[in-house]
Design a protein around this ligand. Sequence first.
Ligand code: SF4
Length: 575
Amino acid sequence: MKILLTTLHAKYVHSSLALPYLAAACGVMEGIETVIREFTVNERHELLLKKIAAEKADITAFSCYIWNIEQTLKLASDLKKILPNTCVILGGPEVSCNPEEILQNHGAVDCVISGEGEEPFSKLVSAWKQYGNFTDAVKSAGQGIAFRDGTSVIVNPPAGPVRDLDSIPSPFSAGLVDMGKPLVYYETSRGCPFSCAFCMSSLGSGVNSFSMERIRQDLLYLMDHGAATVKLVDRTFNYDADRANTIWEFILRHNRTSRFHFEIASDLLTEKNLEILGKVPKGMFRFEIGVQSGEVATLEKVARKSNLDRLFRNVGKLLSGTGVIVHLDLVAGLPGEDYNGFLASLQRLLDAMPLFIQVEPLKVLKGSPMESIAAREGYAFSSHPPYKILHTPDLPFHDISRVETVSGLLDVFFNSGRFHTLLRAVAELEPLSGFFHCLAIHAEKEDNTAGMSLRGSFEMLWEFIRGYYSEKAAESLSGALSYDFCLCEYPVSGNLPDFFRSGEIIRPKITTGEIIKSLGIDRGSKVRCFALRFPQDYTCDPWRKDTTDILFVYISAPGKGLQVKPISLAGKTAS
Ligand code: SF4
Protein backbone atom coordinates (compact mmCIF):
# COMPACT_ATOMS: atom_id res chain seq x y z
CA MET A 1 0.00 0.00 0.00
CA LYS A 2 1.28 3.45 -0.89
CA ILE A 3 0.48 6.61 1.11
CA LEU A 4 1.11 10.02 -0.41
CA LEU A 5 1.34 12.89 2.11
CA THR A 6 1.16 16.20 0.33
CA THR A 7 0.49 19.92 0.73
CA LEU A 8 0.71 23.24 -1.10
CA HIS A 9 2.84 25.86 0.64
CA ALA A 10 2.28 29.59 0.26
CA LYS A 11 5.93 30.03 -0.84
CA TYR A 12 8.80 27.78 -1.93
CA VAL A 13 10.88 28.64 1.17
CA HIS A 14 8.30 27.01 3.47
CA SER A 15 8.50 23.38 4.46
CA SER A 16 5.99 21.11 6.11
CA LEU A 17 6.22 19.96 9.69
CA ALA A 18 2.83 18.22 9.74
CA LEU A 19 3.61 15.74 6.95
CA PRO A 20 6.91 14.46 8.44
CA TYR A 21 5.13 14.07 11.80
CA LEU A 22 2.36 11.99 10.17
CA ALA A 23 4.94 9.84 8.39
CA ALA A 24 6.91 9.43 11.63
CA ALA A 25 3.75 8.47 13.53
CA CYS A 26 2.98 5.72 11.01
CA GLY A 27 6.52 4.43 11.53
CA VAL A 28 7.81 1.54 9.54
CA MET A 29 4.96 -0.87 8.71
CA GLU A 30 5.63 -3.85 6.52
CA GLY A 31 4.06 -3.47 3.10
CA ILE A 32 3.45 0.27 3.50
CA GLU A 33 5.36 2.90 1.57
CA THR A 34 4.99 6.53 2.70
CA VAL A 35 5.95 9.35 0.35
CA ILE A 36 6.03 13.10 1.13
CA ARG A 37 5.62 15.57 -1.73
CA GLU A 38 5.55 19.32 -1.12
CA PHE A 39 4.40 21.88 -3.68
CA THR A 40 3.39 25.54 -3.70
CA VAL A 41 0.14 27.32 -4.50
CA ASN A 42 1.99 29.11 -7.31
CA GLU A 43 2.36 25.96 -9.41
CA ARG A 44 -0.09 25.32 -12.26
CA HIS A 45 -3.07 23.12 -11.40
CA GLU A 46 -2.47 20.80 -14.36
CA LEU A 47 1.15 20.26 -13.39
CA LEU A 48 0.29 19.61 -9.74
CA LEU A 49 -2.41 17.15 -10.77
CA LYS A 50 0.02 15.33 -13.06
CA LYS A 51 2.64 15.02 -10.32
CA ILE A 52 0.17 13.89 -7.65
CA ALA A 53 -1.61 11.43 -9.96
CA ALA A 54 1.75 9.99 -11.06
CA GLU A 55 2.26 8.72 -7.50
CA LYS A 56 -0.74 6.34 -7.96
CA ALA A 57 -1.16 6.25 -4.19
CA ASP A 58 -3.78 4.18 -2.37
CA ILE A 59 -4.16 7.04 0.13
CA THR A 60 -3.62 10.67 -0.91
CA ALA A 61 -3.60 12.84 2.19
CA PHE A 62 -3.61 16.65 1.90
CA SER A 63 -2.62 19.04 4.69
CA CYS A 64 -5.05 22.00 4.49
CA TYR A 65 -4.61 25.65 5.48
CA ILE A 66 -6.33 28.91 4.57
CA TRP A 67 -3.84 29.58 1.80
CA ASN A 68 -4.34 26.24 0.01
CA ILE A 69 -7.84 24.92 0.76
CA GLU A 70 -9.50 26.11 -2.45
CA GLN A 71 -6.75 24.69 -4.68
CA THR A 72 -6.61 21.49 -2.62
CA LEU A 73 -10.33 20.83 -3.06
CA LYS A 74 -10.03 21.38 -6.80
CA LEU A 75 -7.06 18.99 -6.95
CA ALA A 76 -8.89 16.38 -4.88
CA SER A 77 -11.90 16.57 -7.19
CA ASP A 78 -9.86 16.10 -10.38
CA LEU A 79 -7.59 13.49 -8.82
CA LYS A 80 -10.56 11.30 -7.89
CA LYS A 81 -11.70 11.33 -11.51
CA ILE A 82 -8.26 10.14 -12.62
CA LEU A 83 -7.67 7.69 -9.77
CA PRO A 84 -11.14 6.67 -8.50
CA ASN A 85 -9.61 4.12 -6.13
CA THR A 86 -7.31 6.51 -4.29
CA CYS A 87 -8.69 7.37 -0.88
CA VAL A 88 -8.60 11.17 -0.42
CA ILE A 89 -8.02 12.28 3.17
CA LEU A 90 -7.92 15.92 4.30
CA GLY A 91 -6.48 17.16 7.59
CA GLY A 92 -5.16 20.40 9.07
CA PRO A 93 -6.63 23.54 10.65
CA GLU A 94 -8.74 24.52 7.65
CA VAL A 95 -10.88 21.34 7.75
CA SER A 96 -10.69 20.40 11.43
CA CYS A 97 -13.68 22.47 12.52
CA ASN A 98 -16.08 21.64 9.67
CA PRO A 99 -15.56 18.00 8.57
CA GLU A 100 -19.27 17.44 8.00
CA GLU A 101 -19.56 20.41 5.64
CA ILE A 102 -16.47 19.29 3.72
CA LEU A 103 -17.75 15.74 3.27
CA GLN A 104 -21.24 16.87 2.32
CA ASN A 105 -20.08 19.37 -0.29
CA HIS A 106 -17.07 17.59 -1.77
CA GLY A 107 -17.79 14.11 -3.05
CA ALA A 108 -14.11 13.46 -3.87
CA VAL A 109 -13.15 13.63 -0.19
CA ASP A 110 -13.43 10.26 1.56
CA CYS A 111 -12.28 11.20 5.02
CA VAL A 112 -11.45 14.24 7.14
CA ILE A 113 -9.16 14.15 10.17
CA SER A 114 -9.86 16.73 12.88
CA GLY A 115 -7.45 17.86 15.58
CA GLU A 116 -3.91 16.59 16.05
CA GLY A 117 -3.56 14.06 13.25
CA GLU A 118 -0.84 11.63 14.27
CA GLU A 119 -2.94 9.22 16.36
CA PRO A 120 -6.07 9.04 14.17
CA PHE A 121 -4.04 8.84 10.96
CA SER A 122 -1.71 6.08 12.15
CA LYS A 123 -4.70 4.13 13.57
CA LEU A 124 -6.49 4.44 10.23
CA VAL A 125 -3.45 3.20 8.33
CA SER A 126 -2.94 0.19 10.59
CA ALA A 127 -6.68 -0.61 10.45
CA TRP A 128 -6.50 -0.51 6.67
CA LYS A 129 -3.56 -2.87 6.79
CA GLN A 130 -5.51 -5.16 9.11
CA TYR A 131 -8.85 -5.16 7.23
CA GLY A 132 -7.44 -4.79 3.76
CA ASN A 133 -10.08 -2.21 2.78
CA PHE A 134 -10.89 1.43 3.51
CA THR A 135 -14.58 0.98 4.40
CA ASP A 136 -13.97 -1.31 7.36
CA ALA A 137 -10.82 0.56 8.39
CA VAL A 138 -12.47 3.96 8.61
CA LYS A 139 -15.40 2.59 10.61
CA SER A 140 -13.06 1.17 13.21
CA ALA A 141 -10.74 4.17 13.45
CA GLY A 142 -12.83 6.29 15.89
CA GLN A 143 -11.81 9.68 17.32
CA GLY A 144 -10.74 12.39 14.94
CA ILE A 145 -12.15 10.63 11.87
CA ALA A 146 -15.13 11.80 9.80
CA PHE A 147 -16.18 9.80 6.72
CA ARG A 148 -18.99 9.06 4.33
CA ASP A 149 -20.99 5.86 4.83
CA GLY A 150 -23.32 5.45 1.86
CA THR A 151 -25.34 8.65 1.78
CA SER A 152 -24.64 9.52 5.44
CA VAL A 153 -21.73 11.44 6.88
CA ILE A 154 -20.34 10.02 10.12
CA VAL A 155 -18.42 12.46 12.32
CA ASN A 156 -16.54 11.12 15.32
CA PRO A 157 -15.43 13.58 18.03
CA PRO A 158 -12.16 15.37 17.19
CA ALA A 159 -8.94 13.77 18.34
CA GLY A 160 -7.67 15.22 21.58
CA PRO A 161 -4.10 16.42 21.94
CA VAL A 162 -1.39 13.77 21.79
CA ARG A 163 -0.77 13.39 25.53
CA ASP A 164 2.76 12.08 25.33
CA LEU A 165 4.37 14.04 22.49
CA ASP A 166 7.56 12.01 22.86
CA SER A 167 5.55 8.96 21.73
CA ILE A 168 5.69 10.38 18.17
CA PRO A 169 9.07 9.36 16.77
CA SER A 170 11.25 12.30 15.77
CA PRO A 171 10.75 13.10 12.07
CA PHE A 172 14.18 14.79 12.12
CA SER A 173 16.30 11.82 13.17
CA ALA A 174 14.13 9.65 10.88
CA GLY A 175 15.39 11.83 8.00
CA LEU A 176 11.85 12.83 6.99
CA VAL A 177 12.41 16.61 7.00
CA ASP A 178 13.83 18.40 3.96
CA MET A 179 16.86 20.12 5.53
CA GLY A 180 17.75 21.84 2.28
CA LYS A 181 14.92 24.39 2.58
CA PRO A 182 15.87 27.90 3.78
CA LEU A 183 13.25 27.60 6.55
CA VAL A 184 12.88 24.44 8.61
CA TYR A 185 9.87 24.35 10.92
CA TYR A 186 10.12 22.89 14.39
CA GLU A 187 8.02 22.73 17.57
CA THR A 188 8.97 22.17 21.19
CA SER A 189 5.35 22.42 22.38
CA ARG A 190 1.77 22.45 21.13
CA GLY A 191 -1.09 24.66 22.26
CA CYS A 192 -1.24 28.06 23.90
CA PRO A 193 -2.05 29.11 27.47
CA PHE A 194 -4.05 32.09 26.15
CA SER A 195 -7.47 32.36 24.53
CA CYS A 196 -7.49 35.24 22.04
CA ALA A 197 -10.85 35.11 20.28
CA PHE A 198 -9.44 35.62 16.78
CA CYS A 199 -6.99 32.71 16.98
CA MET A 200 -7.51 28.99 16.41
CA SER A 201 -4.96 28.20 19.11
CA SER A 202 -7.46 29.52 21.64
CA LEU A 203 -9.58 26.39 21.10
CA GLY A 204 -7.13 23.96 22.69
CA SER A 205 -6.73 23.21 26.36
CA GLY A 206 -3.39 24.53 27.50
CA VAL A 207 0.14 23.70 26.46
CA ASN A 208 1.78 20.33 25.98
CA SER A 209 5.56 20.13 25.74
CA PHE A 210 7.99 17.58 24.41
CA SER A 211 10.43 16.41 27.10
CA MET A 212 13.63 18.43 27.46
CA GLU A 213 15.61 15.34 26.45
CA ARG A 214 13.68 15.07 23.17
CA ILE A 215 13.98 18.83 22.55
CA ARG A 216 17.77 18.67 23.00
CA GLN A 217 18.01 15.71 20.65
CA ASP A 218 15.98 17.42 17.89
CA LEU A 219 17.75 20.77 18.30
CA LEU A 220 21.14 19.09 18.07
CA TYR A 221 20.04 17.35 14.87
CA LEU A 222 18.92 20.68 13.37
CA MET A 223 22.10 22.53 14.36
CA ASP A 224 24.45 19.70 13.39
CA HIS A 225 22.77 19.41 9.97
CA GLY A 226 23.22 23.13 9.36
CA ALA A 227 19.54 24.19 9.19
CA ALA A 228 19.68 27.75 7.81
CA THR A 229 16.72 29.12 9.76
CA VAL A 230 14.75 27.13 12.31
CA LYS A 231 11.28 28.58 12.69
CA LEU A 232 9.67 27.43 15.90
CA VAL A 233 5.91 27.20 15.58
CA ASP A 234 5.29 27.11 19.34
CA ARG A 235 2.38 29.48 19.86
CA THR A 236 3.91 31.27 22.88
CA PHE A 237 7.42 29.90 23.19
CA ASN A 238 8.20 31.59 26.53
CA TYR A 239 4.97 30.56 28.34
CA ASP A 240 7.32 29.04 30.93
CA ALA A 241 10.30 31.37 31.54
CA ASP A 242 12.59 28.70 33.04
CA ARG A 243 11.90 26.28 30.20
CA ALA A 244 12.68 29.03 27.67
CA ASN A 245 15.96 29.77 29.47
CA THR A 246 17.00 26.12 29.36
CA ILE A 247 16.34 25.90 25.61
CA TRP A 248 17.96 29.26 24.76
CA GLU A 249 21.08 28.36 26.79
CA PHE A 250 21.28 24.99 25.06
CA ILE A 251 21.12 26.66 21.64
CA LEU A 252 23.75 29.22 22.67
CA ARG A 253 26.08 26.42 23.75
CA HIS A 254 25.71 24.28 20.63
CA ASN A 255 24.73 26.45 17.69
CA ARG A 256 27.19 27.14 14.92
CA THR A 257 25.42 28.76 11.98
CA SER A 258 21.65 28.38 12.36
CA ARG A 259 19.24 31.23 13.02
CA PHE A 260 16.16 30.77 15.18
CA HIS A 261 12.78 32.41 14.92
CA PHE A 262 10.47 32.35 17.98
CA GLU A 263 6.96 33.66 18.62
CA ILE A 264 7.01 35.07 22.12
CA ALA A 265 4.96 37.19 24.51
CA SER A 266 7.38 39.93 25.51
CA ASP A 267 5.34 40.89 28.59
CA LEU A 268 6.19 37.45 30.01
CA LEU A 269 9.96 37.96 29.71
CA THR A 270 11.77 37.90 33.06
CA GLU A 271 15.01 39.65 34.03
CA LYS A 272 16.74 36.26 33.86
CA ASN A 273 15.39 35.73 30.32
CA LEU A 274 16.76 39.14 29.30
CA GLU A 275 20.11 38.39 30.91
CA ILE A 276 20.46 35.19 28.83
CA LEU A 277 19.21 36.93 25.70
CA GLY A 278 21.92 39.54 26.24
CA LYS A 279 24.41 36.82 25.23
CA VAL A 280 22.72 36.08 21.88
CA PRO A 281 24.97 37.02 18.94
CA LYS A 282 23.46 39.71 16.73
CA GLY A 283 20.84 38.29 14.40
CA MET A 284 20.93 34.69 15.68
CA PHE A 285 17.44 34.99 17.24
CA ARG A 286 14.42 36.69 15.81
CA PHE A 287 11.35 37.27 17.99
CA GLU A 288 7.91 37.76 16.53
CA ILE A 289 5.82 39.57 19.12
CA GLY A 290 2.08 40.01 18.68
CA VAL A 291 0.90 43.38 19.95
CA GLN A 292 -2.33 43.19 17.86
CA SER A 293 -3.72 46.46 19.31
CA GLY A 294 -2.32 49.27 21.41
CA GLU A 295 -5.73 49.74 23.03
CA VAL A 296 -6.37 47.86 26.29
CA ALA A 297 -10.18 47.94 25.92
CA THR A 298 -9.94 46.39 22.44
CA LEU A 299 -7.69 43.59 23.68
CA GLU A 300 -10.13 42.89 26.51
CA LYS A 301 -12.98 42.53 24.01
CA VAL A 302 -11.15 39.63 22.33
CA ALA A 303 -10.06 38.08 25.64
CA ARG A 304 -6.41 38.79 24.90
CA LYS A 305 -4.43 38.97 28.12
CA SER A 306 -1.49 41.26 27.56
CA ASN A 307 0.24 43.85 29.71
CA LEU A 308 1.02 46.44 27.04
CA ASP A 309 3.24 48.62 29.23
CA ARG A 310 5.42 45.66 30.18
CA LEU A 311 5.34 44.39 26.58
CA PHE A 312 6.76 47.65 25.18
CA ARG A 313 9.20 48.07 28.09
CA ASN A 314 10.64 44.62 27.35
CA VAL A 315 10.72 45.32 23.61
CA GLY A 316 12.88 48.34 24.47
CA LYS A 317 15.17 46.12 26.58
CA LEU A 318 15.44 43.55 23.78
CA LEU A 319 16.38 46.25 21.30
CA SER A 320 18.87 48.06 23.51
CA GLY A 321 20.39 45.16 25.44
CA THR A 322 20.39 42.15 23.12
CA GLY A 323 21.19 41.18 19.54
CA VAL A 324 17.68 39.79 19.01
CA ILE A 325 15.85 40.96 15.88
CA VAL A 326 12.41 42.19 16.91
CA HIS A 327 9.36 41.85 14.70
CA LEU A 328 6.03 43.33 15.94
CA ASP A 329 2.56 42.37 14.68
CA LEU A 330 -0.63 44.41 14.60
CA VAL A 331 -4.16 43.36 13.63
CA ALA A 332 -6.54 46.02 12.31
CA GLY A 333 -10.29 45.70 12.80
CA LEU A 334 -10.54 44.29 16.30
CA PRO A 335 -13.68 45.35 18.19
CA GLY A 336 -13.82 49.01 19.22
CA GLU A 337 -10.81 50.13 17.15
CA ASP A 338 -11.51 52.56 14.31
CA TYR A 339 -9.00 53.90 11.78
CA ASN A 340 -7.67 56.57 14.15
CA GLY A 341 -7.35 53.89 16.82
CA PHE A 342 -5.41 51.78 14.33
CA LEU A 343 -3.05 54.70 13.64
CA ALA A 344 -2.57 55.22 17.40
CA SER A 345 -1.72 51.51 17.78
CA LEU A 346 0.65 51.70 14.82
CA GLN A 347 2.36 54.71 16.37
CA ARG A 348 3.10 52.71 19.54
CA LEU A 349 4.83 50.11 17.38
CA LEU A 350 6.74 52.71 15.36
CA ASP A 351 7.88 54.45 18.57
CA ALA A 352 9.44 51.15 19.67
CA MET A 353 11.54 51.12 16.43
CA PRO A 354 11.66 47.35 15.86
CA LEU A 355 13.21 46.01 12.67
CA PHE A 356 9.90 44.75 11.23
CA ILE A 357 6.26 45.71 11.61
CA GLN A 358 3.57 43.51 10.14
CA VAL A 359 0.03 44.85 9.84
CA GLU A 360 -2.90 42.73 8.73
CA PRO A 361 -6.65 43.23 8.68
CA LEU A 362 -8.49 40.82 10.99
CA LYS A 363 -9.49 37.41 9.63
CA VAL A 364 -12.59 35.75 11.08
CA LEU A 365 -11.38 32.17 11.11
CA LYS A 366 -13.84 29.30 10.92
CA GLY A 367 -14.51 27.81 14.33
CA SER A 368 -12.76 30.63 16.22
CA PRO A 369 -14.66 32.50 18.98
CA MET A 370 -14.32 35.59 16.75
CA GLU A 371 -17.16 34.19 14.64
CA SER A 372 -19.72 34.81 17.37
CA ILE A 373 -18.26 38.27 18.20
CA ALA A 374 -18.47 39.13 14.49
CA ALA A 375 -22.09 37.97 14.32
CA ARG A 376 -23.01 39.89 17.47
CA GLU A 377 -21.27 43.13 16.46
CA GLY A 378 -22.29 43.11 12.81
CA TYR A 379 -18.95 42.39 11.13
CA ALA A 380 -18.95 41.51 7.45
CA PHE A 381 -16.15 39.25 6.29
CA SER A 382 -15.36 37.28 3.17
CA SER A 383 -16.83 33.78 2.96
CA HIS A 384 -13.66 32.70 1.18
CA PRO A 385 -10.22 32.04 2.64
CA PRO A 386 -8.55 33.90 4.28
CA TYR A 387 -11.93 35.23 5.60
CA LYS A 388 -10.73 38.83 5.79
CA ILE A 389 -13.06 41.46 7.25
CA LEU A 390 -14.88 43.64 4.71
CA HIS A 391 -16.32 46.15 7.14
CA THR A 392 -16.97 46.45 10.86
CA PRO A 393 -19.05 48.94 12.88
CA ASP A 394 -15.79 50.87 13.47
CA LEU A 395 -13.92 50.31 10.22
CA PRO A 396 -15.65 50.84 6.86
CA PHE A 397 -14.34 49.07 3.76
CA HIS A 398 -12.35 52.08 2.50
CA ASP A 399 -10.50 52.29 5.84
CA ILE A 400 -9.65 48.58 5.63
CA SER A 401 -8.27 49.20 2.12
CA ARG A 402 -6.24 52.10 3.52
CA VAL A 403 -4.86 49.84 6.27
CA GLU A 404 -3.73 47.43 3.55
CA THR A 405 -2.03 50.25 1.65
CA VAL A 406 -0.25 51.32 4.84
CA SER A 407 0.78 47.68 5.38
CA GLY A 408 2.31 47.50 1.87
CA LEU A 409 4.12 50.81 2.38
CA LEU A 410 5.53 49.60 5.70
CA ASP A 411 7.01 46.64 3.82
CA VAL A 412 8.64 48.87 1.21
CA PHE A 413 9.75 51.80 3.36
CA PHE A 414 10.10 50.38 6.90
CA ASN A 415 10.69 46.63 6.80
CA SER A 416 13.14 46.82 3.89
CA GLY A 417 15.51 48.74 6.20
CA ARG A 418 16.48 50.97 3.27
CA PHE A 419 14.92 54.20 4.50
CA HIS A 420 16.04 54.33 8.14
CA THR A 421 17.71 57.74 7.88
CA LEU A 422 14.76 59.32 6.11
CA LEU A 423 12.24 57.85 8.57
CA ARG A 424 14.32 59.04 11.50
CA ALA A 425 14.41 62.53 10.00
CA VAL A 426 10.63 62.44 9.42
CA ALA A 427 10.08 61.31 13.03
CA GLU A 428 11.74 64.57 14.13
CA LEU A 429 8.97 66.44 12.26
CA GLU A 430 5.82 64.41 12.95
CA PRO A 431 4.58 61.02 14.19
CA LEU A 432 5.46 58.36 11.62
CA SER A 433 1.92 56.91 11.66
CA GLY A 434 0.64 60.24 10.23
CA PHE A 435 3.40 60.16 7.62
CA PHE A 436 2.42 56.63 6.51
CA HIS A 437 -1.26 57.59 6.48
CA CYS A 438 -0.60 60.54 4.12
CA LEU A 439 1.83 58.50 2.04
CA ALA A 440 -0.95 55.89 1.66
CA ILE A 441 -3.35 58.52 0.32
CA HIS A 442 -0.65 59.64 -2.14
CA ALA A 443 0.10 56.04 -3.20
CA GLU A 444 -3.59 55.26 -3.72
CA LYS A 445 -3.97 58.33 -5.95
CA GLU A 446 -0.92 57.40 -7.97
CA ASP A 447 -1.71 53.67 -7.85
CA ASN A 448 2.00 52.96 -8.19
CA THR A 449 3.24 50.89 -5.27
CA ALA A 450 3.08 47.46 -6.89
CA GLY A 451 6.34 46.11 -8.31
CA MET A 452 8.32 49.33 -7.81
CA SER A 453 12.03 49.16 -8.53
CA LEU A 454 14.45 50.26 -5.80
CA ARG A 455 15.08 53.57 -7.52
CA GLY A 456 11.35 53.89 -8.25
CA SER A 457 10.52 53.62 -4.53
CA PHE A 458 13.06 56.39 -3.72
CA GLU A 459 11.62 58.58 -6.44
CA MET A 460 8.03 57.93 -5.37
CA LEU A 461 8.94 58.94 -1.82
CA TRP A 462 10.66 62.11 -3.00
CA GLU A 463 7.67 63.08 -5.12
CA PHE A 464 5.46 62.69 -2.04
CA ILE A 465 7.86 64.64 0.21
CA ARG A 466 8.01 67.56 -2.24
CA GLY A 467 4.22 67.83 -2.38
CA TYR A 468 3.59 67.25 1.31
CA TYR A 469 6.22 69.23 3.21
CA SER A 470 7.32 72.87 3.06
CA GLU A 471 10.25 73.60 0.72
CA LYS A 472 12.60 73.98 3.70
CA ALA A 473 11.54 70.68 5.31
CA ALA A 474 11.71 68.86 1.95
CA GLU A 475 15.20 70.25 1.37
CA SER A 476 16.40 68.91 4.73
CA LEU A 477 14.72 65.52 4.13
CA SER A 478 16.40 65.26 0.73
CA GLY A 479 19.74 64.94 2.55
CA ALA A 480 18.49 61.97 4.59
CA LEU A 481 16.96 60.40 1.48
CA SER A 482 20.21 60.85 -0.50
CA TYR A 483 22.14 59.25 2.36
CA ASP A 484 19.80 56.20 2.31
CA PHE A 485 20.12 55.99 -1.49
CA CYS A 486 23.92 56.05 -1.31
CA LEU A 487 23.77 53.14 1.16
CA CYS A 488 21.72 51.09 -1.32
CA GLU A 489 23.46 51.58 -4.64
CA TYR A 490 26.34 53.39 -6.33
CA PRO A 491 25.02 56.73 -7.62
CA VAL A 492 25.98 57.12 -11.27
CA SER A 493 27.11 60.66 -12.13
CA GLY A 494 24.92 62.05 -14.89
CA ASN A 495 21.99 59.89 -13.78
CA LEU A 496 21.53 61.08 -10.20
CA PRO A 497 18.03 61.11 -8.71
CA ASP A 498 16.35 64.50 -8.41
CA PHE A 499 16.64 64.56 -4.60
CA PHE A 500 20.46 64.74 -4.84
CA ARG A 501 20.13 68.37 -5.85
CA SER A 502 20.84 69.73 -2.36
CA GLY A 503 24.01 67.66 -2.01
CA GLU A 504 27.24 68.77 -3.59
CA ILE A 505 29.42 66.00 -5.05
CA ILE A 506 32.90 66.36 -3.60
CA ARG A 507 36.34 64.99 -4.31
CA PRO A 508 37.95 63.32 -1.28
CA LYS A 509 41.64 63.94 -0.58
CA ILE A 510 42.05 60.27 0.27
CA THR A 511 42.93 57.93 -2.64
CA THR A 512 41.22 54.61 -3.43
CA GLY A 513 44.50 52.82 -2.61
CA GLU A 514 44.57 54.42 0.85
CA ILE A 515 40.92 53.46 1.40
CA ILE A 516 41.59 49.83 0.44
CA LYS A 517 44.52 49.75 2.86
CA SER A 518 42.77 51.49 5.75
CA LEU A 519 39.64 49.31 5.48
CA GLY A 520 41.63 46.09 5.02
CA ILE A 521 39.68 45.23 1.86
CA ASP A 522 40.53 41.85 0.27
CA ARG A 523 42.56 41.89 -2.92
CA GLY A 524 40.32 40.90 -5.80
CA SER A 525 37.41 42.98 -4.55
CA LYS A 526 36.11 45.69 -6.81
CA VAL A 527 36.11 49.06 -5.02
CA ARG A 528 34.34 52.25 -6.08
CA CYS A 529 33.90 55.49 -4.15
CA PHE A 530 31.42 58.33 -4.14
CA ALA A 531 31.35 61.35 -1.81
CA LEU A 532 28.62 63.87 -1.16
CA ARG A 533 28.18 66.93 1.08
CA PHE A 534 25.28 66.50 3.55
CA PRO A 535 23.53 69.06 5.80
CA GLN A 536 24.43 66.90 8.83
CA ASP A 537 26.58 63.93 9.72
CA TYR A 538 24.33 60.88 9.55
CA THR A 539 27.20 58.49 10.32
CA CYS A 540 27.19 59.23 14.06
CA ASP A 541 24.52 58.80 16.71
CA PRO A 542 23.09 61.27 17.57
CA TRP A 543 23.54 63.00 14.21
CA ARG A 544 26.01 65.91 14.25
CA LYS A 545 24.11 68.95 12.98
CA ASP A 546 26.97 70.34 10.85
CA THR A 547 27.56 70.23 7.11
CA THR A 548 29.59 67.06 6.55
CA ASP A 549 31.18 65.33 3.59
CA ILE A 550 30.55 61.61 3.60
CA LEU A 551 32.47 59.09 1.54
CA PHE A 552 30.72 55.87 0.49
CA VAL A 553 32.95 52.92 -0.31
CA TYR A 554 31.28 50.26 -2.49
CA ILE A 555 32.96 46.88 -2.21
CA SER A 556 31.89 43.99 -4.38
CA ALA A 557 33.43 40.55 -4.48
CA PRO A 558 32.18 37.35 -6.17
CA GLY A 559 29.60 35.59 -3.99
CA LYS A 560 29.56 38.34 -1.37
CA GLY A 561 27.15 40.88 -2.84
CA LEU A 562 27.63 44.62 -2.46
CA GLN A 563 28.94 46.05 0.81
CA VAL A 564 28.70 49.79 1.41
CA LYS A 565 30.78 51.57 4.06
CA PRO A 566 29.96 55.22 4.82
CA ILE A 567 32.88 57.27 6.23
CA SER A 568 32.57 60.79 7.60
CA LEU A 569 35.27 63.00 6.03
CA ALA A 570 35.06 66.00 8.32
CA GLY A 571 38.16 68.09 7.38
CA LYS A 572 39.53 65.59 4.83
CA THR A 573 38.08 66.88 1.54
CA ALA A 574 38.55 69.44 -1.17
CA SER A 575 35.48 70.73 -3.02
S1 SF4 B 1 -2.96 34.91 19.39
FE1 SF4 B 1 -1.09 34.06 20.25
S2 SF4 B 1 -1.36 34.27 22.46
FE2 SF4 B 1 -3.40 34.47 21.56
S3 SF4 B 1 -4.27 32.40 21.57
FE3 SF4 B 1 -3.29 32.70 19.60
S4 SF4 B 1 -1.25 31.89 19.83
FE4 SF4 B 1 -2.06 32.21 21.88
